[in-house]
Design a protein around this ligand. Structure first.
Ligand code: F6P
Length: 328
């Protein structure tokens, strides 16, 4: 018979994302409400392997909902990718008598959880999608995505001022690994001329054609968003390729980089993180196992780890079409 859940561990892993603290807070407070003991694991799977756990109470998560980063710290663990690392993690969880874990992170985190749960089904996991990339199947939003896009749009607004003053063409690179969500939303919100996505919807030649059209219409400056995972290269490389074919504007490059990962979470991220943290605990107590909790069409859903990490969540073609029309 399965052990009843009395002691749970929570951790954050992979890249940090604004809103992770709000999720930790929701997990701890919901668990305390149901009389569970909660342990925080420092530095994700690394801390699990090292047995770096400590008790967390409702008071320990006071005054963190508005803070970026993660109070539990995070890491990308190479050791957890090995059977020996996972064995050490299992033994550490057993030493603390942990009945279940709640993992907050992106696809690497959920991949680790999936493999661990196959090897050690005695300790069930629930995953919470926490990554600025928004690239997980089974949820419309991941924690941190909204804040990252707000930060990127604010950066674009500032760059527009200087681009306009100097009649320049700016290539602005945003994060997102192999997914184009941040790039597409930033392009729409920032009113960009074009967006270059990893999903390969627009290539350099087509971009140059579009820039030429803009030049003919006497557009005095331009901003193009480049997703870091764009096939033909990042913003520096795109600028070089465009410069060889087009000399209407002076060209500049800005890479927003890790600025997108920091800062106080937006209202939406705080709400999403609170709902996901709360639901993760409730689903666990209802007997759900080894799933990622998500929000689809504003409803809480559960998706197997396998589906969350392997099924693709395509960027919305209709939004790409709209962005093109609005840029004309
Ligand atoms: O997954 C989040 C993310 O910020 C990606 O957008 C980016 O490619 C990557 O992490 C950067 O990772 P690191 O902070 O380890 O350089």
């Amino acid at each position: 018979m399965e052990k009843s859940i009395k002691r749970i561990a929570v951790f954050t892993s992979g890249g940090d994302a604004p809103g992770m603290n709000a999720a930790i807070r929701a997990v701890v407070r919901t668990a305390n409400y149901y009389d569970l003991h909660v342990f925080g694991i420092n530095r994700g799977y690394e801390g699990m392997i090292n047995g770096d756990l400590h008790r967390l109470d409702s008071r320990d998560v006071a005054n963190i909902i508005h803070r970026g980063g993660t109070i539990l710290k995070t890491a990308r663990s190479e050791r957890f990718k090995t059977p020996e690392g996972r064995r050490a993690a299992y033994e550490a969880l057993q030493a603390y008598d942990i009945d279940a874990c709640i993992a907050i992170g992106g696809d690497g985190t959920l991949t680790g959880a999936k493999i661990f749960c196959e090897e050690y089904p005695q300790i069930p996991f629930i995953g919470i999608p926490g990554t600025i990339d928004n690239d997980l199947f089974g949820t419309d939003y991941t924690i941190g995505y909204d804040t990252a896009v707000n930060t990127a749009v604010e950066a674009v607004d500032r760059i527009r001022d200087t681009a306009d003053s100097h009649n320049r063409l700016f290539f602005i690179e945003v994060m997102g690994r192999n997914a184009g969500y941040i790039a597409l939303s930033t392009a729409i919100g920032g009113g960009a001329e074009a967006v270059l996505l990893p999903e390969d919807k627009l290539n350099i030649e087509e971009l140059v054609t579009r820039l030429n059209l803009g030049a003919k219409k006497k557009k005095l400056f331009s901003v193009v968003i480049v997703a870091e995972g764009f096939m033909e290269g990042g913003a520096q490389e795109v600028a070089r390729l465009v410069n060889e074919r087009f000399d209407y504007y002076d060209i500049k490059v800005t890479i927003i980089g890790h600025l997108q990962r920091g800062g106080s979470p937006s209202r939406l991220d705080r709400l999403i993180a609170s709902r996901l943290g709360f639901s993760a605990v409730e689903l666990l107590l209802k007997g759900e196992r080894n799933i990622m909790v998500g929000i689809v069409k504003n409803e809480i859903t559960g998706t197997s780890f396998e589906d969350a990490i392997t099924k693709s969540k395509a960027v919305n073609d209709e939004l790409i079409r709209m962005a093109e029309i609005l840029a004309t």
